[in-house]
Design a binder for this molecule. Structure first.
Ligand SMILES: [Zn+2]
Ligand SMILES: [Zn+2]
Length: 115
């Protein structure tokens, strides 16, 4: 890169923006990172060769609060209606090997919208 005869070393690190996992747009500013706790392994140790069904992340999102739940729902992980979207989410077993996400902070029963 050269501006008015002055060579400017391009620093791509700073410019190569992360991409939002929800809307696939470049993230402007600091991305919101979300990780999913692997609490399934605590309940029952996975059999040999059986990987955890949930990729723990972290996943990066833009500042649009609609992106993380939209992304999770698209992957078949509904977000608990009692939960906020936080940096650490827990997988909640919904039966028939499906999972939802919840921050696990509320006291009431989990509330998942039917898929
Ligand atoms: Zn987004
Ligand atoms: Zn919940």
């Amino acid at each position: 890169m050269e501006i008015m005869g002055i060579k400017i070393p391009t620093v791509l690190k700073e410019n190569s923006a992360a991409v939002c996992a929800g809307c696939a747009r470049e993230i402007d500013g600091t991305p919101f990172r979300m990780s999913i706790l692997d609490t399934i392994a605590i309940e029952a140790a996975p059999s040999f060769g059986l990987a955890s069904p949930i990729n723990p992340g972290p996943f990066q999102f833009c500042s649009d609060p609609a992106c993380p739940p939209a992304w999770a729902t698209a992957r078949g992980w509904p977000v608990c209606q009692q939960s906020s979207v936080r940096e650490i989410m827990r997988p909640i077993a919904l039966g028939d090997s499906r999972h939802g996400l919840c921050d696990g902070i509320h006291r009431d029963a989990h509330e998942f919208l039917p898929a």
